[in-house]
Design a protein around this ligand. Structure first.
Ligand code: SF4
Length: 376
């Protein structure tokens, strides 16, 4: 792949977010913060760093107008901390107004194209993934969750869009890829634009919270929204981008492609503890150096655990940062504290998730009925 092209299917960490913003025209989130009554921890901590047309969603919330939060998961395994970030954003943006609805696509077509997983396999994983997001706080009464391969509206839009794009256009966005991935990208554009179909209430603001590396999908969907505006009246989808967590090995992003590099919500306490205790850190070679120079939280995946997910509050994040950079905190004790926080989160989450498996099945069935009732 071209080093300057974002790869939504890859595992590389993003090194320079400022460059990414200027190169791809992503706007900062910070100027919009005063318009949120209670910005999320992701926003306050600079994890949600970039956006396109987020103001459109803010306006819908302020004027009590309908909007949709749309995202999805590739059902290739258990929820991990990277996918939890998108889920946390969806739950937050849904909670801003009673007029906010969530559309959540289980991207089994992509799981087949990219990972060779059968639709039967991914349907089983989907139920657990949906239970995970319910346990993270999704309101099922304002959510539609569906399997991409079962949703004819998405398939139809993907087919319609296939006439509006050329090979060159897809190659420019994604590089030279197999046809299956191009197809799944078109279906994903179908996912993003489906909530604006007339049978689902027509054009409206749609926010897509994603990791920064997923921007190619957003650009394609926005391009298609413009191309098909006359026919469907599509409003260009808005997006909010979060930073990618460093994998526990320190170099790559946290991704399902490398199991020791990631923490899943299903890791046993023993596995989670082992992965954290052996993780790369931003610490120095010796205790003496660390005391003198301080650690480097900006390259440390253990710091990411605190900042992105497990710190008790913002004060706690600041404390870890301060103690690390001043050499007050050493990596061993810092990891031990992280293990304690992760362990109590995982135990509580799993209890809740397991009790919500029935609700997840119900939500999938209810969503299927709803989408069927709105026409094929
Ligand atoms: Fe990372 Fe903690 Fe070590 Fe700092 S003290 S480098 S945050 S593990």
């Amino acid at each position: 792949m071209d080093k300057d092209r974002l790869d939504p299917w890859g595992t590389s960490a993003i090194k320079d977010y400022a460059r990414l913003q200027s190169e791809f025209g992503i706007e900062p989130v910070a100027p919009l913060l005063p318009r949120f009554k209670k910005p999320s921890s992701h926003m306050r901590r600079g994890i949600d760093f970039g956006q396109r047309d987020l103001a459109r969603i803010v306006e819908a919330v302020e004027k009590n107008k309908p909007y949709v939060v749309m995202s999805g998961i590739k059902p290739t395994g258990d929820f991990h901390l990277g996918t939890k970030m998108t889920a946390d954003d969806m739950v937050y943006f849904q909670s801003l107004s009673k007029k906010g609805r969530v559309f959540y696509s289980v991207a089994d077509v992509e799981a087949y194209a990219d990972n060779g997983l059968s639709f039967e396999e991914t349907a089983k994983t989907a139920v657990r993934n949906v239970a995970d997001i319910l346990a993270l706080g999704l309101d099922p009464d304002r959510a539609v969750v569906y399997l991409q391969s079962e949703e004819l509206k998405v398939m139809r839009l993907g087919t319609v869009f296939s006439r509006g794009v050329t090979n060159n256009m897809l190659r420019a966005i994604y590089g030279e890829r197999q046809i299956g991935l191009y197809m799944s990208a078109l279906f994903q554009a179908g996912d993003i634009l489906m909530p604006q179909l007339p049978e689902l209430g027509g054009p409206k603001p749609v926010l897509v919270p994603v990791g920064a590396d997923q921007d190619p999908h957003i650009r394609l969907a926005r391009d298609l929204a413009a191309r098909y505006h006359e026919e469907y009246g599509f409003v260009p989808p808005s997006s909010v981008y979060h930073r990618l967590m460093l994998g526990l090995g320190g170099s790559d992003k946290m991704s399902k492609r490398s199991t020791d590099n990631l923490l899943t919500l299903d890791d046993t306490t023993k596995d989670a503890s082992r992965k954290i205790m052996t993780a790369f850190t931003g610490g120095r070679d010796t205790v003496e150096e660390q005391r003198r120079l301080g650690g480097r939280p900006e390259i440390c995946p253990v710091y990411d655990l605190y900042r992105f997910h497990f710190a008790r509050d913002d004060k706690h994040v600041n404390l870890v940062y301060h103690e690390c950079t001043k050499g007050i905190r050493l990596c061993g004790e810092c990891k031990q504290e992280a293990v304690g926080l992760v362990k109590s989160f995982l135990e509580e989450h799993r209890k809740q998730r397991d009790s919500l498996m029935g609700d997840a099945r119900e939500l999938l069935a209810k969503s299927r009925d709803y989408l069927t009732s709105t026409g094929k």
